[in-house]
Design a protein around this ligand. Structure first.
Ligand code: KIV
Length: 267
C-alpha cells in the first residue's frame, strides 16, 4: 500500500491578514525554479514570490524590464511544482498590465490558469493601477501591491530610496490606502524610510511586507539569490545569510581539479 502524503494546510491571502491581526510576522522569499522553491517550502517559508527580479538573477538581464509574460509563466510553473504549503504569488511583468483593465485581466488570468499561482503582484499605486486592482479582485484574482521603489519604473525613479520628502511620503501613504480600498490583500513596501513603513503598516488592515523598509512591517521579503550570497550585485538593504557563491565556486574548482588530475572516481 502506498502511504498517503501528509495533508498540508496551504497559506492563503486571508491567512496573511489573520497573521497581521495576531502579530505573527510573515516570512517571504523569491523563487524562479523547482529545486529552490521546494527547499524554501520545506524550510517553512510563508509566501513564495516568482518575482520579476528573476530577469536579473536567473536570466542575466540588466533590469526587470526585459522579461516577458510567457517567461514569467514558464518559471512560475516550475516553482508551483516545488511549493506545496506557501502562498504562491507571481509578478505581472512590465507592460503586461498597464495598458488597460482587459490587458491586466488577460495577463493575470493566464498566470493563474497556466501556473497554479494563487495571486499576482503588480507595481504602483496611481489611480490607473488601483482601478486595475479593483477590476482583477472583482473577477476573483487576488492581488498584492508593490509601492516605494518599483523597479519597473527604473528609468523614471532610479533605484534610490523613495518617500524622502513630506510630499512623497504622503503620496505613498495615500497610494497604500487606495490599494487596500481597491481590494489588494497585501502590499510590498520596497526601500522607503522605516518610519514611513510603520505609518503605512499602522494605517492598513492588510499586511505590509517590507524589503529595505525597516523591521516593523508585518513581514519581510528578500530576493533568495541575495539571501544566499548568489547575486552579482546586491541592493544596500539585502541581508546575506549564507555564502553559496564561495561554496559553488570551491566545489566546481575541486571537481575540475579532480577530473584533470585523474582523481575523479566512480565507485
Ligand atoms: O521581483 C522581486 O523580486 C520583487 C521583490 C523585490 C519584492 O518584487
Amino acid at each position: 500500500m502506498v502511504a498517503a502524503e501528509p495533508k498540508v494546510t496551504k497559506v492563503t491571502p486571508q491567512k496573511l491578514t489573520q497573521w497581521k491581526q495576531q502579530g505573527r510576522q510573515i516570512a517571504a522569499l523569491t523563487a524562479s525554479d523547482y529545486s529552490f522553491a521546494k527547499l524554501l517550502d520545506a524550510a517553512g517559508i510563508d509566501l513564495v514570490l516568482v518575482g520579476d527580479s528573476l530577469t536579473m538573477v536567473a536570466l542575466g538581464y540588466e533590469t526587470t524590464l526585459s522579461v516577458t509574460l510567457d517567461e514569467m509563466i514558464h518559471h512560475a510553473k516550475a516553482v508551483r511544482r516545488g511549493v506545496k504549503r506557501a502562498l504562491l504569488v507571481c509578478d505581472l511583468p512590465f507592460l503586461s498590465y498597464e495598458d488597460s483593465k482587459s490587458q491586466a485581466l488577460h495577463s493575470a488570468g493566464r498566470v493563474l490558469k497556466e501556473t497554479g499561482a494563487q495571486a499576482v503582484k503588480l507595481e504602483g499605486g496611481y489611480p490607473a493601477v488601483t482601478e486595475i486592482v479593483t477590476h482583477l479582485v472583482e473577477r476573483g484574482i487576488p492581488v498584492m501591491g508593490h509601492l516605494g521603489l518599483t523597479p519597473q519604473s527604473i528609468h523614471n525613479l532610479g533605484l534610490r530610496q523613495q518617500g524622502r520628502t513630506a510630499e512623497a511620503r504622503q503620496r505613498i501613504l495615500d497610494q497604500a490606502i487606495a490599494l487596500e480600498a481597491a481590494g489588494a490583500f497585501a502590499i510590498v513596501l520596497e526601500h522607503i524610510p522605516s518610519n514611513l513603513a510603520v505609518e503605512i503598516t499602522q494605517s492598513l488592515s492588510i499586511p505590509t511586507i517590507g524589503i529595505g523598509a525597516g523591521p516593523n512591517c508585518d513581514g519581510q521579503i528578500l530576493v533568495t539569490h541575495d539571501l544566499l550570497g548568489l547575486s552579482d550585485r546586491q541592493p544596500p538593504f539585502a541581508r546575506v545569510y549564507a555564502d553559496l557563491r564561495t561554496t559553488i565556486l570551491q566545489a566546481t574548482q575541486e571537481f575540475c581539479e579532480d577530473v584533470r588530475e585523474h582523481r575523479f572516481t566512480i565507485d
